[in-house]
Design a protein around this ligand. Sequence first.
Ligand SMILES: NC(=O)c1ccc[n+]([C@@H]2O[C@H](COP(=O)([O-])OP(=O)(O)OC[C@H]3O[C@@H](n4cnc5c(N)ncnc54)[C@H](OP(=O)(O)O)[C@@H]3O)[C@@H](O)[C@H]2O)c1
Length: 293
Amino acid sequence: MLHNSPLSTIGFKMYFTLVTGASGGIGKALATECARKGMHLLLVALPGFELTELVSQIRKTYKVHCYGLGVDMSEAHASQEVYDWVKENDFNVNVLINNVGVGSKGEFDKLSTCFYQKQINLNVVTTCMMTRLFLDDLKRNAPAHIMNTGSMGGFYALPNKAVYSATKSFVYSLTKSLRLELANTGVQVSVLCPGGTDSNEKTIAINKDLKGIAKMSILQPDEVAKEAIDKMLKGKSRIIPGTVNKICYHISRLVPEFVHNFFIGRAFKHVHKHGYSEGVHQVPEPKMAKVAN
Ligand SMILES: NC(=O)c1ccc[n+]([C@@H]2O[C@H](COP(=O)([O-])OP(=O)(O)OC[C@H]3O[C@@H](n4cnc5c(N)ncnc54)[C@H](OP(=O)(O)O)[C@@H]3O)[C@@H](O)[C@H]2O)c1
């Protein structure tokens, strides 16, 4: 017996929520929260055990339809590969969650050009191309939603995370503009802006050393996901999970830039103890493989 949410079956047609970067961290939590609400799922992540395991776990636990595709989304034609897979299988997508992204830390000239290329591809190019490719289908399948994962880092200048924060500013700006452009199309566009989240081993290690408000602001991926999906379904524009993060955001709008630069400098000081980091995941060879159909 399938649990259907109002968004997953309309008339005789079955609709899917597509989540990228779905096999770990915030993406896994977003997928699980959607499944809990009875939404059918298409999960995209790097090929591997985590993805296949999550697909079968969701099918068993939530009794929704769930399929997975293993793709390295930093590759040039990855978004087209995902779109072709959806079309070949006649999946109707009415919720697109562009979550995949990679963080980093280290002085601008210490990280490789190859890494920056991958980070910009994942955070910027993939978000833009997936949205472009799926938009006509989303309009046809309306009421529909797009939720792009940005970051609170997209609101500020972040030394030692310059490219990351620039990519997240792009996601924020793209989403806000598209929201206005699509206002009368039945496609609601939201941007999810998490603050620090215990999403994987590296972030947990860094967050453990935080103090004061920075420590109080840290959320678990399932807390981020619950607030994100509830607010996305209500059509909210900017979703900042957690009370401390929301307060910090609103206060930062009121104070001059040199004040947030001072506090951001303090909050990020400890991060450098953990050295340089070019994201968390090594992108594997071969470049693309389907894992669960
Ligand atoms: N964590 C935070 O503190 C934080 C704060 C603000 C915003 N964010 C944003 O939230 C989003 C998720 O972050 P997270 O911390 O949850 O990330 P994460 O723990 O690193 O998980 C990333 C997910 O993306 C997949 N992935 C990584 N590289 C990929 C690639 N090249 N192609 C396809 N899939 C790939 C991973 O697959 P595998 O598991 O198979 O490797 C995993 O499922 C990102 O956009 C990030 O920028 C995170």
